[in-house]
Design a protein around this ligand. Structure first.
Ligand SMILES: NC(=O)c1ccc[n+]([C@@H]2O[C@H](COP(=O)([O-])OP(=O)(O)OC[C@H]3O[C@@H](n4cnc5c(N)ncnc54)[C@H](OP(=O)(O)O)[C@@H]3O)[C@@H](O)[C@H]2O)c1
Length: 347
């Protein structure tokens, strides 16, 4: 059994990590640590787990963690900057779900996060945890830094088309995000009276996932990303609409062929494009609780535009599920262990 520690236990992402890892056949949840809720029962924070797992939350105990094989860090940014180096030093493998180790260029932390990164040496060795692109590096990584949810949906939709030289070097991304994307800690912008009945442009420019997307696509071809993010009145899920301009002529059948070629063996990517009906394009409603990313496409010939539609559950393929997928790769388990299930339907 692989011994797992989780930091940031009271958060939404940690709750999903625990739920998924309880379904895993080869994992022991050895330490579930909460800074703010030490001593409480797990089900007091995650009521869905009542009678599933009886556990009293512990504090951020590094000595106890050092007896584990791997730690998931799903905490605040400051906690991650403190915990990740300490856990690596103790010889654990680490999967960080915060953005603190995603970017290779320390200057991006100044530009997008407003601080000078204290561990540029660790940034160099962190592996960007997107299994569909970086599987072999994840396998041998000491530190995996999981992508942001908008980045995951966007990169997975774009990667085959950028690789095949189909799209122009500028891509416009319009994303719509549910309220769980901003975590469980209250802020004025996330209270019900502000979120309900609203579609709010919360980050029309300078979104923090921009440099991640550019960084990963630059490994194939330099691509400029213009990302605008909107908060919509759903709890879970995200839908990204990507507007790409055509570099190389394609027909719908070519797009089918390309996506099939790249993703035929990917368990968690589904191509969703039907001729008619309400399910013809991806919809996050059909992904809640699952680790799938659904990708659809259309060609707008009159504008030489490709429209890509990518959806996922921000807490699963956008965070916890993707992290478990990375752990499976790191320990040589079946990549889908603990993860291969659909969302309930209808929901
Ligand atoms: N929500 C998403 O869709 C999503 C997707 C991808 C990545 N992420 C990233 O995953 C991490 C966790 O996200 P989340 O949605 O689970 O957030 P969350 O619900 O707000 O939880 C964050 C947890 O961090 C811990 N924490 C420690 N010090 C804190 C502080 N000073 N302020 C706030 N929290 C503090 C808390 O856990 P304890 O007190 O229990 O330790 C808290 O529950 C974040 O870094 C986020 O950027 C989130």
């Amino acid at each position: 059994m692989v011994k797992v520690a989780i930091f940031g236990a009271s958060g939404y992402v940690a709750g999903e990590l625990i739920r998924l890892l309880l379904q895993h056949s080869s994992v022991e949840l050895a330490l579930i640590a909460s800074e703010s809720h030490k001593g409480k029962f797990l089900h007091q924070l995650h009521p869905n787990l009542r009678k599933i797992f009886n556990y009293r939350l512990e504090g951020y105990d590094l000595e106890k963690a050092s007896k584990c094989d791997i730690a998931f860090v799903s905490s605040s940014y400051n906690s991650s900057l403190r915990l990740v180096p300490a856990l690596l030093k103790r010889g654990l493998k680490v999967i960080d779900l915060t953005p603190m180790f995603r970017l290779k260029d320390p200057a991006d932390y100044i530009r997008y996060y407003g601080f000078s990164h204290p561990h540029p040496d660790i940034l160099k060795k962190a592996v960007y945890g997107l299994p569909e692109l970086n599987r072999s590096e994840i396998k041998d990584a000491e530190l995996v830094s999981c992508p942001g949810c908008i980045a995951t949906s966007s990169i997975l939709a774009l990667y085959p088309l950028v690789k095949e030289g189909i799209v122009d070097s500028t891509v416009i991304i319009d994303s719509k995000m549910g309220s769980s994307g901003s975590g469980s800690k209250n802020s004025f912008s996330s209270i019900h009276s502000q979120r309900a009945n609203s579609i709010r442009a919360y980050k029309p420019i300078n979104h923090r996932h921009t440099p991640e997307i550019e960084q990963e696509l630059a490994r194939i071809k330099k691509t400029k990303i213009a990302l605008s993010a909107h908060a919509v009145d759903i709890v879970r899920g995200l839908l990204a609409t990507l507007h790409c301009f055509i570099e190389k002529e394609v027909e719908i059948k070519d797009l089918w062929r390309i996506y099939r070629t790249y993703y035929v063996n990917e368990k968690f990517i589904r191509i969703v494009r039907e001729e008619r009906g309400i399910y013809r394009y991806p919809d996050p409603k059909n992904l809640i609780g699952s680790n799938f990313c659904d990708i659809g496409f259309e060609i707008d010939e009159s504008n030489r535009r490709l429209v890509l539609i990518s959806a996922l559950d921000n807490l699963v393929k956008g965070a916890a599920g993707n992290a478990v997928q990375c752990m499976n790769i790191m320990f040589g388990f079946d990549e889908a262990e603990g993860l291969y299930s659909s969302s309930p339907f209808p929901i």
